[in-house]
Unconditional design. Structure first.
Length: 184
């Protein structure tokens, strides 16, 4: 039996992810399987992304791209809003107060998985890795760079670290995105 490997926390400790601001998000498919190569699955994921606007009251969605085995997007939490409390709302806590990035991405991933699995003729099969990667966008310059990165992601697929044929490591990926172009 393999020892259970503990997952590294992906959120900043003690940071309130319901704070107004912009967040760069990456979510990968389970085992980085190429699930979104088919155009109908890609459209299902894109529509799931837009559907979070029906659930969360005070957010905006910015750039978004669906790659064969992951997505990148920018979520902007605009203020101290609240969930849209109507039947079918994602959030089921007793006293929801604010949107959180985890709840927003959780709602997206659940909706996308349901839609993708329906197209695959499957029920309840994991589509996504358990968590997601995020970065709190710190300034306008970084926001613009991340927008361009997302827009250019499809044409740079051969170099993408989520492409199994790419020689780049995760460290190279994050250095390329932020440290080399953003100055730290």
């Amino acid at each position: 039996m393999k020892p259970h490997r503990e997952r590294k926390a992906t959120r900043l400790p003690h940071y309130d992810y319901s704070m107004p601001g912009a967040y760069f998000v990456t979510a990968c498919t389970k085992d980085r399987e190429f699930l979104f190569e088919h155009s109908n699955r890609k459209l299902a994921v894109e529509s799931a992304w837009q559907s979070v606007l029906d659930v969360f009251a005070d957010i905006e969605l910015n750039e978004f791209v669906v790659m064969p085995n992951h997505i990148h997007g920018i979520v902007c939490i605009k203020g101290e809003g609240s969930y849209r409390l109507h039947p079918g709302t994602w959030k089921n806590n007793v006293n929801p107060k604010y949107e959180t990035l985890s709840n927003i991405i959780g709602a997206f991933k659940t909706t996308a998985a349901t839609r993708v699995n329906k197209l695959r003729g499957l029920v309840g099969v994991p589509v996504w890795q358990q968590s997601f990667y995020d970065r709190i966008i710190r300034n306008d310059r970084e926001f613009e760079y991340i927008q361009k990165y997302i827009q250019n992601n499809p044409i740079k697929w051969a170099e993408d670290r989520d492409n199994p044929a790419s020689p780049k490591s995760i460290d190279h990926y994050w250095n390329e995105i932020f440290h080399l172009h953003m100055g730290g």
